[in-house]
Design a protein around this ligand. Sequence first.
Ligand code: SF4
Ligand code: SF4
Length: 135
Amino acid sequence: MTKKKVVLTFPAENIEQPITYRLVKDFDLILNILRAEIHEEETGRMVLELEGPDKAIEDGIAYLKDQGVDVTEAARDIELDIDECVSCGFCTAVCRPRALQLDDETRELNFIKENCILCGLCVKACPLGIIKVKF
Ligand code: SF4
Ligand code: SF4
């Protein structure tokens, strides 16, 4: 049995589909939903841990892609070199779960790790490249 953590982005038209149910029923996968959210523009994002034989995981991911779901491997961890941060706020603007927040008074960046869904958007957003993703 293998475990694989993935980030799924659902297009608006698929948000009501029982896609995760199908992963269990048709592919016999064990699912652990680590985070799920729906955005204003009605796309959905889910961080999911899939558990099962390699082939079943592979087939399940192929099924998701066929359904128009964007599938990316979730990061294992996010590392931030906070001493280099210039508090520009580019990363907080893309961090929907509010794992990255600028203190209103001090303007210091706080990383609230338990809110992080490992989507990796902050990595691309930081102009200084001080946020790194670990796979
Ligand atoms: S990876 Fe970055 S943008 Fe995504 S939730 Fe974690 S801190 Fe926020
Ligand atoms: S984008 Fe980079 S420099 Fe700007 S606040 Fe975030 S971590 Fe700091």
